[in-house]
Design a protein around this ligand. Structure first.
Ligand code: 4NP
Length: 151
């Protein structure tokens, strides 16, 4: 799960997807990163921690990190939160195998809206709650697709 700073959107996507996979007993390794490294080593944004906590998901063990080229080999699927992040992740890919793993998160989920998870960075409870709901729904759609394609 990749966003810009790895403190707002992708930590939520990581936490939500991990929780769903755990409940379904599906053995997947899920992680998140940012295209930027400014927040490396830091906890997720407090608003993300709070909104996730309200839904029973604890993000406090997460620490921000910058995506590395090796991630494109380590992971089978790379989900980007918006077009700008998508372009930046594609730009570090070194071969077709890596490029073909990179999907816009909402595109992969089959969302009928614009495939952008809006950045709630400047927002408060309302924006973070909306981000949570959007990511939560997309995770359900992605799990349904993964089950169909891989199980
Ligand atoms: P994120 O949000 O990409 O969802 O983690 C942002 C986090 C930090 C910044 C921008 C967006 N920033 O400019 O530091």
């Amino acid at each position: 799960m990749v966003c810009l700073g790895n403190i707002c959107r992708s930590p939520l996507a990581e936490g939500i997807m991990k929780e769903k996979m755990k409940r379904l007993v599906l053995p997947c390794f899920i992680d998140s990163a940012g295209t930027g490294g400014w927040h490396a080593g830091k906890l997720p944004d407090q608003w993300s921690i709070d909104v996730a906590g309200k839904h029973g998901i604890n993000l406090s063990s997460q620490r921000a990190r910058q995506i590395q080229m090796e991630d494109l080999d380590t992971f089978d699927l790379i989900f980007t939160m918006d077009q700008s992040v998508h372009k930046d992740v594609l730009s570090i890919a070194e071969n077709k195998d890596q490029e073909e793993k990179i999907y816009l998160f909402l595109d992969y989920a089959g969302s009928s809206n614009a495939p952008i998870v809006p950045d709630p960075y400047w927002g408060q409870t309302k924006e973070f709650e909306a981000t949570y709901r959007l990511i939560d729904q997309a995770c359900d759609q992605i799990i349904a697709r993964l089950k169909k394609e891989f199980l």
